[in-house]
Write a protein that binds this ligand. Sequence first.
Ligand SMILES: CCOC(=O)[C@@H]1C[C@@H](CC)[C@@H]2C=C[C@H]3CCN(C(=O)[C@@H]4CC[C@H]5C=C[C@]6(CCCN6C(=O)[C@H](Cc6ccccc6Cl)NC(C)=O)C(=O)N54)[C@@H]3C(=O)N12
Length: 115
Amino acid sequence: GCIGISSICQVRATVMLYDDNNKRWVPAGSDSPSFSRVQIYHNPTANTFRVVGRKLQADQQVVINCPIIKGMKYNQATPNFHQWRDPKQVWGLNFGSKEDAALFANSMTGGPCIS
Ligand SMILES: CCOC(=O)[C@@H]1C[C@@H](CC)[C@@H]2C=C[C@H]3CCN(C(=O)[C@@H]4CC[C@H]5C=C[C@]6(CCCN6C(=O)[C@H](Cc6ccccc6Cl)NC(C)=O)C(=O)N54)[C@@H]3C(=O)N12
């Protein structure tokens, strides 16, 4: 059958970026921190993973589109704020619920990441 790229997890979270200069978290995308639908896509052919998030509000702005490197450390800083580093920046997800956080963490650590 068609083994295309599929979404293995879908949660609600506010996607944040760490502003190293000002030492503070800023919302990814436009200025207002608001929830996005955040998904983990898996490409079974290449066995690669990617995190994609789109704002829930009308414009569905893509606020994260981040390849996940195998063996990357996934840090569960609190029950509903998790984070990871990519070569350029630090991403943070402020989850809508602890259940969403656990679901996402299980997909990340069950897939490409180490916890
Ligand atoms: C409650 C009040 O919360 C707040 O007001 C803000 C806004 C809240 C919502 C958006 C958010 C929520 C929760 C808390 C939880 C703590 N936290 C922080 O930022 C902590 C505190 C100190 C600060 C210092 C550094 C910083 C930032 C950059 C990355 N990093 C590291 O430590 C990395 C981590 C890491 C470890 C392993 C692998 C990957 C990575 Cl990424 N380590 C290294 C070795 O890379 C970090 O995470 N830091 C959050 C926070 O304050 N806030």
